[in-house]
Design a protein around this ligand. Structure first.
Ligand code: ATP
Ligand code: MG
Length: 571
C-alpha cells in the first residue's frame, strides 16, 4: 500500500473526550472515527486489525469443531418474552417497533435466537454435540458508553453456543472452548489471564472471563501467586476469618461529637478502622435492607445482589435512611432497628466481639458491641470486596490484585434456555431430554482496543505482529532518485514475499514519516537513506526496540520473514 493513497488521516491533537490511551491513539493514528456516542466507523487500518483478530478467532473456532453461521441482528420481542429476558435485560436492550407496531430489539447477544433456531431442527441425540458461532455487530445501550471501542453501544462480537446431551458433554465443550480461547489470545500476542467470574444477565452457573492485563482495565483481578486461584474482583473470595478471641465487654454509649466518617471515629476513639461496624442501607427492588461490614471494608454489590437475588440494587437515599433510623448518616446503626428491616452481616462482622457501631443518635456511638447479642442478624455471608493482602481462599497465602480488560467470557448455561424455550432432543430410548447449553463470547473490537492498552509508548501504538494492520513500513528519505527507487524495489520484493507492506511515498520530511510510523505502530520500519548511499545497507528498526539494525537488502528481507514467523506462530 502506498501511504500517499491510504485513507488514514492522522491527527496531531488528541480528541478532547478521549479518556483512555487506546481511544486517543486509535483516533489520532487514523484507525477509527466516532459516529455517535459509543458508535464508530473503522477506517482501513482499523478494519485490517479487526479482520486479523476475526481470522484468528475463526481459525480457532473452526479448528475446535464449531460451524460458522449468521443470525439476524434484528430479533422479535416474542423470543425474549419466551425466555423472560425482555424485561430483565432493562435499559441496555435497544428496542424498536416495525410499521405494524410489533416490538423488536437489536441483538445484544443471541441465546434466544439460537435456541429457537436449533429447537426447530434438532430431533435426535445423533445430532449432538453441536457448536455454532457467528461474528457480527452487537448492540447494547450502555449506561455510559466510553473509552472508545472498549465500551461501545455497537461493537463486534464472536458468539458461540454449544449444545450437548448432558452435563458431562457440556464439561467437554466448555473445556475445549476454554482451551481455544487461550489459543486465540496467545496468538493475538496478548498478555492475559483467565479468571472465575460472575454470570450477570446471561445467567447460568459457571463462568470464566479472559482478561487482557492493562492498568486502564475496568475490572479488578484478584489472584494468588502461590496457587492457581484467580477471580474477577466482583466475585473474588478470601479465606474465612477466624473468630476473635477477646473477653466480651458490656455495650456502652460513648460521645463522638462531630465524628461522622469511619476514619474520624477511629481516630477519635483511637481504635483501628477494622474495629468499627459499617452500617449501610440499600434498596433491593424497592425494599430496604441493612448491610454490615467491617469499617475498613467496602461492599461488593454483586455479591449482595446475588445473595438477595434482586434485579435492581441501589443505595437507599437520605430520606429513607432518616425515616428508618431517625438519624442522619454517620451515626446510623443496626442497634434498635425495627424488625421489618432485614440485617445482612458480612462474615467478618459476625465474628466481631467488641465492635464500635453507631447509636442511631447524633454525636454518639456504642462500643463493646457484639453482633447477635446487641442486635439481630438475619443472614450472614460474604459481602465484602476482597483486597490484595487478604488470604487466598484456596491456599491461605496472600492474594494480589491487577487490572484487566474483559475480552472474552465462557459460560455454562446448563438448561436455563432449553427449559424456558423448550429445546429437547430424543435419546436412544426414544425419550425427550433437555439440551444442555453453553455460550462463549469474544469482544473482537474490544480486543483490538485492549491490544493497544497493553502495547503503546509515548510515541504511539506498538502492534503485536500477529494483529498489526501491516507488518512493515518502508520509509525512503527522499521522494525521487536512487533512494526512492531502491525503496520501491524493496517494497515490491516484500510484497512478493507475502509481507504486508506500506511504503511511505509522501513528499514529507523523514522526521514526519518516522513520527507517523511510530504513531500507527507498524512492528517493523525499514529506512532507505543515508546508510544506503554510504554502505549499501538498510536500517531495520523494530517498533519495540530502541536501536536499529543495519542490514543488506537480502538480510533485511530474511529478518522480516523470521520476525513475522516468530510473531504469528500458532500457540
Ligand atoms: P461487561 O461486563 O464489560 O459489560 P459483559 O460481561 O456484559 O461485559 P458479555 O455479555 O460477556 O459482556 O459479552 C461478551 C464479550 O463482548 C465481552 O467479554 C466483551 O469483550 C464484549 N463486550 C461486552 N460489552 C461490550 C461493549 N459495550 N463494547 C465492546 N465490547 C463489549
Ligand atoms: Mg462478560
Amino acid at each position: 500500500m502506498r501511504f500517499s493513497q491510504m485513507f488514514s488521516p492522522t491527527l496531531r491533537e488528541t480528541p478532547a473526550e478521549a479518556e483512555v490511551i487506546s481511544h486517543k491513539l486509535l483516533v489520532r493514528a487514523g484507525f477509527i472515527r466516532k459516529s455517535s456516542a459509543g458508535i464508530y466507523s473503522y477506517l482501513p487500518l482499523g478494519q485490517r486489525v479487526l479482520k486479523k483478530i476475526e481470522t484468528i478467532v475463526r481459525q480457532e473456532m473452526d479448528g475446535s469443531g464449531s460451524q460458522e453461521i449468521m443470525m439476524p441482528i434484528l430479533q422479535p420481542a416474542e423470543l425474549w418474552l419466551e425466555s423472560g429476558r425482555w424485561y430483565v435485560y432493562g435499559g441496555e436492550l435497544m428496542r424498536l417497533k416495525d410499521r405494524h407496531d410489533r416490538d423488536f430489539c437489536l441483538g445484544p447477544t443471541h441465546e434466544e435466537l439460537i435456541t429457537a433456531l436449533v429447537r426447530d431442527e434438532l430431533n435426535s441425540w445423533r445430532q449432538l454435540p453441536l457448536r455454532l458461532y457467528q461474528i457480527q455487530n452487537k448492540y447494547r445501550d450502555e449506561r455510559r458508553p466510553r473509552f472508545g471501542l472498549m465500551r461501545g453501544r455497537e461493537f463486534v462480537m464472536k458468539d458461540l453456543y454449544s449444545f450437548d446431551r448432558d452435563e458431562a458433554g457440556l464439561d467437554i465443550s466448555y473445556q475445549e472452548m476454554f482451551d481455544a480461547y487461550v489459543r486465540v489470545f496467545s496468538r493475538c500476542g496478548l498478555d492475559f489471564r483467565s479468571v472465575e467470574a460472575d454470570s450477570g444477565a446471561i445467567g447460568g452457573s459457571f463462568t470464566h472471563e479472559f482478561m487482557v492485563l492493562a492498568e486502564s482495565g475496568e475490572a479488578e483481578i484478584i489472584y494468588c501467586s502461590a496457587c492457581s486461584y484467580a477471580a474477577d474482583g466482583e466475585i473474588a473470595a478470601a479465606k474465612m476469618p477466624s473468630p476473635q478471641e477477646a473477653e466480651e465487654g458490656e455495650i456502652t454509649l460513648v460521645a463522638t461529637p462531630g465524628q461522622e466518617t469511619i476514619q474520624e471515629v477511629a481516630a477519635y476513639l483511637q481504635i483501628p478502622e477494622s474495629s468499627l461496624i459499617k452500617t449501610l442501607f440499600y434498596k433491593a427492588d424497592g425494599k430496604i435492607v441493612c448491610v454490615l461490614l467491617r469499617g475498613d471494608r467496602s461492599l461488593n454489590e454483586i455479591k449482595l445482589k446475588n445473595t438477595l437475588n434482586c434485579f435492581e440494587l441501589d443505595m437507599a437515599d437520605h430520606q429513607d435512611v432518616l425515616k428508618i433510623t431517625g438519624c442522619q448518616p454517620g451515626y446510623v446503626s443496626p442497634i434498635g432497628l425495627t424488625g421489618s428491616i432485614p440485617v445482612y452481616a458480612d462474615d467478618e462482622v459476625r465474628l466481631m466481639v467488641n465492635g464500635v457501631a453507631g447509636a442511631n443518635q447524633k454525636d454518639y456511638h456504642f462500643k463493646n458491641v457484639k453482633p447477635g447479642r446487641d442486635f439481630k442478624i438475619d443472614a450472614t455471608g460474604d459481602f465484602r470486596q476482597v483486597q490484595a493482602g487478604d488470604a487466598c481462599p484456596k491456599c491461605g497465602k496472600k492474594l494480589n490484585s491487577a487490572r484487566g480488560i474483559e475480552a472474552g467470557q465462557v459460560f455454562k448455561l446448563g438448561t436455563k434456555y432449553s427449559e424456558k424455550m423448550n429445546l429437547y432432543y430424543t435419546d436412544e430410548n426414544g425419550e425427550k431430554q433437555l439440551v444442555v447449553m453453553g455460550c462463549y463470547g469474544i469482544g473482537v473490537s474490544r480486543t483490538l482496543a485492549a491490544a493497544v492498552e497493553q502495547n503503546y509508548d509515548k510515541d504511539g501504538i506498538i502492534w503485536p505482529i500477529a494483529i498489526a494492520p501491516y507488518h512493515v513500513v518502508v520509509v525512503p528519505t527522499a521522494t525521487d532518485g536512487e533512494i526512492f527507487q531502491t525503496a520501491m524495489d524493496l517494497y515490491e520484493k516484500l510484497l512478493g514475499s507475502g509481507v504486508e507492506t506500506v511504503i511511505d511515498d509522501r513528499d514529507e520530511r523523514a522526521g514526519v514519516k518516522f513520527k507517523d510510523a511510530d504513531l500507527i505502530g507498524y512492528p517493523i520500519r525499514i529506512t532507505v537513506g543515508k546508510k544506503w548511499t554510504e554502505a549499501g545497507q538498510f536500517e531495520l528498526k523494530q517498533r519495540r526496540e530502541k536501536e536499529a539494525e543495519l542490514l543488506t537488502p537480502q538480510a533485511a528481507i530474511e529478518r522480516v520473514l523470521s520476525l513475522i514467523a516468530a510473531g504469528t506462530a500458532s500457540a
